[in-house]
Design a protein around this ligand. Sequence first.
Ligand code: ADP
Ligand code: MG
Length: 736
Amino acid sequence: MSRTVAFLDPTTNSSTRTEAFRAMHSDDVHRNAMASFGDDYGVLTFAGENLRRRLGPRALEQLERTIQHGEPLNEDIADEVATAMKDWAIEQGCTHYCHWFQPLTGSTAEKHDSFINLDHNGQPLAEFSGEALICGEPDASSFPSGGVRDTWEARGYTAWDPTSPAFIMPNGGERTLCIPTAFVSWTGESLDLKTPLMRSNDAISRQAMRILRLFGNDTGVRCVYTTLGCEQEYFLIDEDLASMRPDLAMCGRTVMGAQPPKGHQLDDHYFGAIPSEVQAFMGDVEERLYELGIPAKTRHNEVAPRQFEIAPLFERSNVASDHQQLMMTVLKRAAHRHGFTCLLHEKPFAGINGTGKHNNWAMCTNTGHNLLSPGKGGEGNLQFLTFVCAVVRALDLHAGILRGSVASAGNDHRLGANEAPPAILSIYTGEELGNVLDTLMAGETAGFESKSELDLGATVMPTLERHPGDRNRTSPFAFIGNRFEFRAVGGQAPVAWPNTVLNTAVAQSIDWLATKIEAALADGPTKGSLEASAVAVLGEVLNTHGRVIFNGDNYSDAWHEEAAQRGLPVLRGTADALPTLRGDEVAEMFSQYGVMNHRELTARIDVLMEQYITTLTIEASTMAQMVDRLVRPAAVRYCTELAESVATMKSAGVSCDGVTADLSRLTSAVDALVAGQAALQAAIDHEDSCVDDHARFIQGTMIPAMDAVRDACDEIECVVPADLWPMPTYTDMLFG
Ligand code: ADP
Ligand code: MG
């Protein structure tokens, strides 16, 4: 209580007030508040207390070594873990288990097996062996593999990932034990998104440990991992309305729809009061997530009408990536329970903000030290700056493939528009870090002002800490004080893939920097001085790669021109961006760091290309059907009505100019629609044996054909009366 009084007392000086403010948010106050709803946290995961209570000390220690320190799994403990897991799952009402994995489809996969077995008397018993825990062999031959595994050699294996907690998924009144697994072919090549992500984390760990050793900060550190916190945006639409739109059902986005009179010009939705029915939904989602051990943290209204956001606390990236996939599933299922459809597509509605997933990324030691945290100065700073420079170098060298890693049919609608980062990748450092990097570029060190104070000028208000790295919402890759935020990831995209590319690119640059600093320390003008060696190398990196740093407005046209002058790649669409991953040096990098061999990489690019082509072909076909079955019939009905009116009015001898004008506006739009449809159908029928060529055709020909058809449909929608229009409009869905 006294804390509160100190805080509110206007006579207290500013630093006492700051202390009081901080004390109010101190750990113990916070923990008390948590106790009221923390009981169910993680109840549906085989982790924490569940592990500690159910495993013997030896198995527990061995498993924790793998989970905490990244040590190889001791397979001798598998039987004990499997039995404990099964007993727990059965107590929780499960009859089945599944190996849960992330195939290249971009969603998750599961094939359920019951625990049932028969003893020698034919009596049923529940059984789950270590072998079944560690390895599964789903047929799973229908998943895209990009040619890594042909269907006639259908063997694929799922392998237990002990670092990601097994969980129980309630669904339709049933409960299933889900075991996160990797999915590989019988050659050991990865067929999923998890395996390369885990390998890329190992690559980061190996290289980052070298920097820690150089700076003498490796004591007690066994590994480095990347951390990830993903902010998920989504739309919630009334399910009854959404179900009347074939495009939402087939494509997850509208392929037509006239603009409503209001969008988000008034900025009145962003951070606005959350509608009660939406808050009820959010509460339900959070409860489900807490049970699954997913630490949901923030919730708010986003920019567009009916758009919202949820963000969890960050976790190790492998677990965060699994949890991100689960979160998308939970959001969709909960929406259905609340009478909503949850849209995760990057651009469900033209003309208003789309949906992204801000990917907050950092590197952390197993002892909990965030390597992207500036620290308090001195040597610690130089180590921090080494990691920052590795990221700068990685982004400059690999801007193309990072852009490629977020390329998809959906994300093409977002990137480049004035709502999301442009298709040009650059880094925002903020002023404080920017100043330090400028000094380094000149070959000197500067004190890093990691925190400063912000006085609000009103006596009763607390003094705030100003963090380094102010916000710049327009940058695709921004430094936010202790992490980088990669903002170009799509709303429905699995995060494993862009993070695999990012980790590998950064691992390569950490390797380069470590090698250079080691060499400079051993020989040459800076021999023997770590500080001088590091400063020289970091200066070189910044002089060569500093062009990727941009602290201005990324939305401005001037930046597009400047970026081109700086030689940064401008890759507008998927057909431009994905092929960057086909470069020989790219394959060499992934293979050198043990992340993917050439076949695995090519497989992924081919699958992504196919997905792009298939997605757009489905969208175009959906559009064609909607035109034939909904738009044209409505247009013709109204044409007839108008034509009859004209005839009647003429025979009555009254002026019918207005009605005639409506009729000709409508018939012109129908003519344009018919012409557009012919071009659209030709584009749908187009075949190409080369996926890259086909993707270019789609981008250059099919999308413009879809745009022309859409224009005609939207024009018709503006003329046809509401009672004749056969589907919910944007106004109905967004403001109804
Ligand atoms: P914003 O203000 O950018 O919208 P949010 O609070 O919505 O921020 O989300 C920020 C995300 O960044 C959260 O998921 C948070 O846990 C995550 N984050 C914070 N620190 C780190 C870190 N060191 N590594 C990865 N993610 C982090
Ligand atoms: Mg946010």
